[in-house]
Design a protein around this ligand. Structure first.
Ligand code: SF4
Length: 348
């Protein structure tokens, strides 16, 4: 172990409360990646549990939205455009890719403009999914001015809202949060203030290097030892208390809070962002009159429990046997941010 890491791990062992389990949840696929790849769990005292939460955007994208995307991609007059991981997420109908429709993969929303220009006789639908980090670029795309043949199918989720669902669920039993660095850069550290102040849960914003995450864990243990619950930020170079105001203004210029479905979790009031009424003409759900389809659970898949921190990937009987990254049965095995995918690839 390198000097700084060794120091932090030793301090964590010294401060860990004796004989009491402490469940520290991360809500970011990149945090889970660092924790798993670095072997951080094996460095923790036995009673400190580092649990992944709902930090993977494609894992929580509702089956209904994906089925609508598949059906749009099968229309002769339409091209469905989305991020690479979304193409492989399984539903009862298969994935966007396995249905072999007309789709294109992009790594950033502005690429939609090129596709629209090259295909003026087609409807180009951008399937925009994810947390606050992807909503802001989609809002920026709209701000640039959409060509007439472009509409947006939104499946945008809000991170603080799902965390509030978790703290109210006694089965989850979260003792502390490591707040996500990338989302915090947009929404600001202050977005998590509700957790210590209303629910008494220590919350520390962290970056993605192992030493920064260990420092966040140490700060949490210090708070618990001193019987305090506060908001702290150990990723100050990137995350400001108020976040990125410009990005927030742009998001809320075009989007408003809406009740949305989370895969495996259900409908949560005001937990997502939907295009405002005045932008109905670019809202694919309205333009194509898309229905809301009731979710069907993937048989044997416990992804719903994993994203809520109630189970680990290895608790699933299909993990690494019937379900692998090359043959994902559930959404948590698809993306490099999904807990099952990370645990499989790095042999947790
Ligand atoms: Fe679902 Fe596959 Fe994960 Fe099991 S291993 S929970 S089937 S994604």
């Amino acid at each position: 172990m390198k000097g700084r890491i060794k120091e932090l791990v030793e301090a964590i062992h010294k401060l860990a409360p004796k004989g009491k389990k402490v469940k520290i949840m991360n809500v970011c696929g990149s945090h889970e990646h660092t924790i798993t790849v670095s072997g951080m769990r094996s460095l923790m005292p036995e009673n400190i549990e580092l649990v992944p939460g709902p930090g993977c955007p494609v894992c929580v994208c509702s089956e209904s939205d994906i089925i609508n995307a598949i059906n749009l991609s099968k229309r002769d007059d339409t091209i469905l455009v989305t991020y690479g991981d979304m193409l492989r997420v399984p539903t009862r109908m298969g994935s966007i890719r396995s249905n072999g429709g007309n789709y294109r993969m992009v790594s950033a929303p502005h690429e939609v403009l090129r596709i629209a220009k090259e295909n003026p006789d087609k409807n180009v639908v951008f399937f925009s999914i994810g947390f606050e980090t992807t909503t802001a670029p989609t809002a920026a795309l709209i701000e640039m001015g959409l060509p007439e043949n472009v509409t947006i199918l939104t499946s945008q989720k809000l991170t603080p809202e799902i965390m509030e669902v978790l703290v109210k669920d006694s089965e989850v039993g979260v003792d502390a949060f490591v707040a996500p660095g990338h989302v915090s850069a947009i929404v600001g550290a202050n977005a998590w203030r509700v957790f210590p102040e209303k629910y008494g849960i220590p919350t520390v914003v962290a970056g993605f290097e192992p030493d920064n995450l260990l420092l966040a864990i140490l700060k949490i243990l210090i708070q618990l030892r001193e019987n305090r619950a506060e908001l702290e930020n150990v990723y100050r170079g990137v995350v400001k208390p108020e976040g990125n105001r410009k990005a927030q203004e742009l998001m809320y210029k075009y989007f408003e809070k809406a009740d949305v479905n989370w895969r495996g979790i259900g409908r949560i009031p005001k937990s997502g962002l939907e295009l405002k009424e005045e932008y109905s003409h670019i809202n694919a759900k309205k333009v194509f009159n898309l229905p809301e389809v009731e979710e069907e659970k993937v048989p044997g898949c416990i992804c719903d429990k994993i994203v809520l921190g109630k189970a680990y990937p290895k608790d699933c009987k299909l993990f690494g046997t019937a379900c692998t990254p090359s043959n994902p049965k559930g959404p948590c095995m698809v993306s490099g941010e999904g807990a099952c995918n990370i645990w499989y690839r790095f042999n947790q």
